[in-house]
Design a binder for this molecule. Structure first.
Ligand code: DX5
Ligand code: ZN
Length: 218
């Protein structure tokens, strides 16, 4: 399958947001990755609905929203209305994960679950068939620009195995510290979508960096 690149807008220049969104539109990137942080589930606040609205009014590619918030059920329909195509919630933030996933799908979005670095893949055994995407966090969520956690490769293989055994049709996304140093090994282990924030937006030529990442894993 074609491996996908999802630049994380968290690392964009917010003073030139439209310019950076257009850059992604005109690049080889596949998705926009949008990080919503509440300062409670993670120790940082990113941006909220008005900014997402501005991004989605210019974005011409799939909008992949990663919620790092407690009690995400409160905002599912709001994110659907704001243009999210995929809505990912954290396993660690959901008491009734099955209900949350069904609510996301009922709102017309694809449903994803993110796992923190310490959360084992095995917690997904009884929900994997319902998931469109699993996001393996390869850093502790909350900040861009952190170093990739090497244990991630093992988790990708375990998740790939679980998906195959279950006959599920779930995409594996990797989020945090993705660069040209780990992209190939991640996709070889089974990753389908690579999120990259700092590596793309802090590079000299983000369009080229996206193209390089894309060709590295395809
Ligand atoms: C971290 C976010 C990531 C972040 C990735 O909590 O979920 O999406 O933007 O940024 P980099 O690629 O800089 O690690
Ligand atoms: Zn993210």
């Amino acid at each position: 399958m074609n491996k996908l690149i999802a630049p994380s807008v968290l690392a964009a220049d917010f003073g030139n947001l439209q310019r950076d969104v257009e850059m992604v539109n005109n690049s080889k990137a596949d998705w926009f990755h949008i990080d919503i942080m509440d300062g409670v589930f993670v120790p940082n606040i990113s941006f909220g609905m008005p900014v997402l609205k501005a991004i989605s009014s210019h974005a011409s590619k799939t909008i992949d929203v990663h919620l790092m918030i407690v009690d995400p059920d409160r905002y599912i329909t709001t994110f659907a209305d704001l243009g999210a195509d995929i809505l990912t919630v954290h396993f660690e933030a959901c008491t009734h994960l099955h209900r949350t996933i069904q609510a996301i799908k009922a709102s017309g979005m694809k449903a994803g679950v993110a796992l923190n670095p310490h959360t084992p893949i095995s917690v997904l055994e009884d929900i994997i068939a319902d998931l469109d995407l699993v996001c393996i966090m390869s850093v502790n969520p909350g900040f861009g620009g952190q170093s990739f956690i090497e244990n991630t490769y093992k988790k990708v293989s375990q998740l790939k195995d679980l998906i195959t055994r279950s006959g599920a049709n779930t995409l594996i996304e990797i989020d945090g510290g993705v660069t040209n140093k780990n992209a190939k090994q991640l996709t070889e282990a089974g990753a389908d979508v690579l999120v990259a924030g700092s590596y793309v937006f802090k590079s000299e030529n983000p369009t080229e960096t996206i193209a390089d990442l894309k060709s590295l894993c395809n």
